[in-house]
Design a binder for this molecule. Sequence first.
Ligand SMILES: *Cc1c(COP(=O)(O)O)cnc(C)c1O
Length: 436
Amino acid sequence: MDRFRYHDGVLRCEGVDLEALAVEHGTPTYVYSRDTFRTHLADLTAAFAELDPLVCYAVKTCSNLHLLHELGAGGAGADVVSGGELHRALTAGIPAERIVFAGVGKSEEELREAVAAGIACVNIESESELELLARVAQSMGRTVRAAIRVNPDVQGHGTPEKTTTGTKGSKFGIDLERVPRLFTRAALFDHVRLIGVHVHLGSPIYSPEPYVTALTRVLELVDKLRADGHEIELVNMGGGFAAEYETGVAPGWGAYANAIVPVLKPFVEGGGRVVMEPGRSIAANAGVLLTRVRYLKDAGPHRVAIVDAGMNNLIRAALYDSFHFMWPVRPADGLVPPGRAERVALPGLSTYDIAGPICESTDYLARERELPRLTEGDLVCIFGAGAYGMAMASQYNSSLRPAEVLVDGEGSRLIRRRDTYADLVEAELGLPGGEF
Ligand SMILES: *Cc1c(COP(=O)(O)O)cnc(C)c1O
């Protein structure tokens, strides 16, 4: 599933020793495997080859320009959800005709930027947005391609409520039964071409069935729209494919494809185009967060390890109660994990709460985790941190956002330097009196 492996008792990313990397760049630091990014993209594309999909990587997942550039070079497009992400995707060299734009609250300015760039498709999430896009495109004398994001009222499988988007009453998308009216309305606009239907159910979705259910409903809608005389060129199935946070739990690409391809095949054979928007399934296991144990102390029944990474660097545990496997980079007694799971069946483990340095009681990366014996100064690797890790990092507590390093074979390069104190105050204007 990725290129992070133990060799002679030390964790490596591809051919690079992570201990050496932590010494070179300090901690906390995100480390990404170029090969894992590229392989995930290639495997997904191969699994769905019969549909010849346009794979638009969800930029919000992990948005460093260098990673976007790598994925773009591997043939990916981009799914963006803001003007800022559009800017990133274009800056990284991803062609506009491979960019799709979702999001419930796009501003007029963001719509203008999308029209100006000439992107593949704006995914519309409300009737008012459609009206605004029409006005914007008309004022610019341009024509824009758009799709309606529908809400198919389908619950993901194993998907937490906090990351579900496709059920009734959600702020995302437009209820199925309201969609035909929008197509009728849009037919009156000269500058918007409604050419497709988009669906994204939330994530992670640990089974192909919700996709099958949702896409079956979407294709019924497509038939109805076509019968009404609308040209439907595109179906976008969104993202949400699960990543292997634990060994063997997520369905592989083949399992998703086996169920989904037959549903969409007739649409493609009829000349339709399929878009996919994977995020975490590409990025999560392509990145880890390296952190060092600063202090060990006893608190009640637990031993607490205070590490130098916290919710400011990786918020998923604090925000969603997400599980991240973690293990020392050079484990005591040579205790290398047999797989990644909540419970590791090895003798000689100790129980720790892993806490960050932030002044918040939710700032834990893990509770009651069984790990090889830790010593102050030990380096710990937090796995599956490539998705929604750095992308959600903040400067809370005026902390410095981490460095990011990209490993490629035996080599590595810094693709984002660690913040500095100057970065913290840069956007705040000068004090009265002119100090600083
Ligand atoms: C977040 C998002 C995705 C990606 O979700 P993953 O779970 O990371 O695959 C895809 N499409 C849209 C519209 C999104 O908002």
